[in-house]
Design a protein around this ligand. Structure first.
Ligand code: SF4
Length: 271
């Protein structure tokens, strides 16, 4: 017992101060790709997940990056495009609307702009209702809908002493009937479509559906096919999308707080 106490005192407090304090990812961490304006950007064929697309309009080449599809592999930032795209370090990427994860660049006139959808009033109303009913406490059911388990490991890390989401009033429960929402990982395999729907139907209204990781947000590397629905929103209405492959634990915390209306999307300001 004495040894345990001494070890605990030696270790000190390991719990992160995030989101009240900023979190600095490790050196080798890859965040969202950053397009350098005015550069020659790669063709869509470079991207293994179809996150990069292009279209031509009045002689201009429009290149778009879908962060929901991106697995941050870094292939588009390798030679010969190393100068055009760099892998950034941003991880606070969660968004309520899928369109907010789309970044569009005009390749030849240095214009860089993130396309934003018009404010979705229905989504805003649902969000304020969730905030009113759920307040500052949230119980979530984790649903693995065909993931590779990478996102699931990161979700599990939320309960360890380093991330300790319970300090934020967030916890995980075993039954959807005891939950306020569901965090879904994986692209939703066809075999799990019915189970995913039934799990969500068992959660009392108002309820949250949070898509964690590229597969859940868009189908990711798995895509859509005979065995995969191609993302949670093909099966269920999604409240928040959390990009990443897998998203780091802080990115998941950020997304959950966005879902709760305790953070503005893309801005880590605790409310
Ligand atoms: S980092 Fe990889 S997945 Fe993301 S846009 Fe570049 S090539 Fe595609």
């Amino acid at each position: 017992m004495l040894r345990i106490l001494i070890n605990a005192l030696r270790t000190g407090v390991v719990t992160t101060g995030y989101p009240a304090q900023p979190s600095v990812p490790p050196e080798r961490f890859r965040g969202a790709p950053v397009f350098r304006s005015g550069s020659h950007l790669p063709s869509p064929a470079v991207c293994p997940t179809g996150a990069i697309s292009e279209q031509f309009d009045a002689g201009h080449r429009h290149v778009a990056l879908d962060l929901a599809r991106c697995v941050f592999c870094g292939r588009c930032a390798e030679d010969p495009w190393a100068g055009a795209i760099t892998m950034g370090r941003e991880f606070e990427l969660a968004a309520r609307l899928r369109d907010d994860l789309r970044i569009e660049v005009v390749d030849d006139n240095a214009a860089v702009s993130a396309t934003r959808a018009a404010p979705d009033l229905q989504a805003e109303r649902a969000s304020s209702e969730i905030q009113r009913v759920l307040g500052r406490s949230l119980h979530l059911r984790h649903l693995d809908a065909g993931s590779c388990n990478a996102c699931d490991w990161e979700l599990t890390a939320l309960l360890n002493p380093v991330y300790d989401v319970r300090r934020l009033g967030i916890d995980f429960v075993a039954s959807p009937r005891h939950a306020d929402g569901v965090v879904v990982t994986g692209p939703v395999t066809r075999n799990l479509e019915t189970a995913a729907r039934r799990t969500v139907e068992a959660i009392p209204e108002p309820r949250l559906v949070i898509a964690v990781g590229a597969c859940a947000a868009s189908g990711g590397i798995v895509g859509e096919g005979y065995a995969s629905a191609g993302g949670v929103d093909k099966v269920l209405p999604v409240d928040v999308y959390i990009p990443g492959c897998p998203p780091r634990p802080e990115a998941i915390i950020f997304g959950i707080l966005v879902a709760l209306g305790r953070l503005d999307a893309r801005r880590a300001t605790p409310m």
